[in-house]
Design a protein. Structure first.
Length: 92
């Protein structure tokens, strides 16, 4: 679980989070999930291990607004030799 505060920079003119910002929140949450397991991206990159997002499915159910506090919940749902899948969900 990773909390975020919604800032002006994350929103459109109406104070609603711009759709692409959610992807940034999920990327940070996924990175922190791996960090908590001891996988630091800087160290992995030195070993030529990098991650590429090749598929993304997203449903926008409820907008977040400026100054809201949201939480991104990250869950590893599948782990194979060459890929892994995460589920990320937002609560606000």
């Amino acid at each position: 679980h990773l909390p975020f505060r919604i800032y002006y920079e994350n929103t459109d003119m109406g104070g609603i989070v711009y759709h692409a910002e959610y992807l940034k929140f999920m990327e940070r949450a996924r990175t922190e999930f791996l960090r908590n397991l001891g996988y630091y991206q800087k160290e992995l990159k030195k070993k030529s291990i990098v991650f590429v997002v090749y598929e993304l499915n997203i449903k926008y159910l409820k907008p977040a607004h400026m100054d809201d506090e949201i939480v991104v919940k990250t869950q590893l749902i599948e782990l194979k030799n060459t890929f892994f899948k995460f589920n990320c969900a937002l609560e606000n």
